[in-house]
Ligand binder design. Sequence first.
Ligand code: DLZ
Ligand code: SF4
Length: 510
Amino acid sequence: MKTGPVLVPVLGDQLSPALSSLADRSRNDTVVLMMEVADETTYVRHHQAKIALILSAMRHFAEDLRAQGWQVDYVALDDPDNTGSFTGEVQRAVQRHGARGVEVTEPGEWRVRQMFDGWAGVLGVPVRVMPDTRFVCALPDFMAWAQGRRELRMEWFYRDMRRQTGLLMQGDQPEGGRWNFDADNRSGPEAGLTPPAPLHFAPDAVTQDVIALVRSRFGNHFGSLERFGWPVTRADAMRLLDHFIATRLADFGRWQDAMLADHDTMFHALVAPALNLGLLDPVEVCRKVEAAYRRGDAPLAAAEGFVRQVIGWREYIRGMYWLMMPDLATANALDATRDLPDFWWTGETRMRCIAQTVRATRDNAYAHHIQRLMIMGNFALIAGLDPQQVAAWFLAVYADAYEWVELPNVAGMALHADGGRLASKPYAASGAYISRMSDYCKGCQYNVKLKTGPDACPFNALYWHFLDRNTERLSRNPRLAQPYATWRRMSDDKRAEYVTSAEAFLATLD
Ligand code: DLZ
Ligand code: SF4
């Protein structure tokens, strides 16, 4: 029987003071283990700024824990004995400290859960995996909610989360008499719309060290470090949240879906990276937004739209991830097999919407939800790109992306690869939608008004090509009845023109 301390591994996205694995432990009987490991930095080729963000936030969090009296064993990436994997490092640390057991909060990703499940067999000490309590909905509760339901729609789940948290509620009724104000949140940009500049956090000495490390080790990964300005501590993450509430929240709802080439982040909160690292707590974030609404500083539609993303969509997505894994990782209901074109990395394409989104992604490791869903995701859907390659891209390039949140959004929401378990219809759209919601088309070499031919916006013909090639699978979907009826009403010549035009474009991708 070993008598050493208990080892508590804390992963890079578990940077929360209230982590379940730490909650009941005493400081003099615990060693916290934090590990920078090659496996995690390269299981996809993450954006350089994403790696810098995570490693810097980890180093800052370790300092915070030490300041609170915890003993932290921190393994740096360039430690000569670093084995490069969580399992290897936990094994070494159990030896080093003569640990009598390991207690760890469950990980966000299936891949890592598989590792944890193997630990009991290899470590020679008891391993206790504890639930991640940093979500509103515990996973067993989500599974119970999903059990026996034919349709797992976010909207019903979201209402339960509102009731459970009391956020934006009047007794048992939703504030304002409606659960969802999404219809008020879909304006395209109007002339002269100028969002306030985002808050930028200048890298401190710790972050500068990490940036130098990332440059030397991962300088050939996608993405720029030039403008790195993400918050890497809880205190700065709170400042970012306060800045959002003070300067952006009031307009957030209305322009939530709008895109401007010169304003990469529009009115978005930019808190997802900090939330998903654990620096911010979802309910705390929502309470602050709710308070701004109650003070009269933001309209209900903006506050509700924000709260829905955090306690509705984010929680639902996490539940759906664990419900659908591991099958979701290889799901391909629409048999999409085309390779990711190079311009997803280079941005070198005549399609200005894609060029701008890739450029913004490279600069910031960020794009907002409509750039992700309706530019990149929509293109991938209607061009038939391979879901696994698309998912790996999204996982690599966005600072907030971990598989639990990325995969259901990409394979389910954007690509319909799950056969529609998550979203009731595929989010396919032609150039008209992008033109309405952005200023991209104005400077584009393609003409969004032209339907077919070499100068026509490729999204136009691809949209019909997508519906046509998926007739068997999708035409019975009631939410697609109208577009299929329109398609059938077209003359044979017109339909053939669309198909020829789309195929000519697709041939340029191969
Ligand atoms: C994403 C990431 C990266 C790039 N590096 C590390 C790391 O060096 N050490 C670490 O503990 N975590 C890292 N992470 C986050 C993990 O991949 C994440 O905790 C798991 O994917 C579980 O969600
Ligand atoms: Fe994108 Fe088409 Fe608009 Fe060009 S015309 S920006 S390709 S939607």
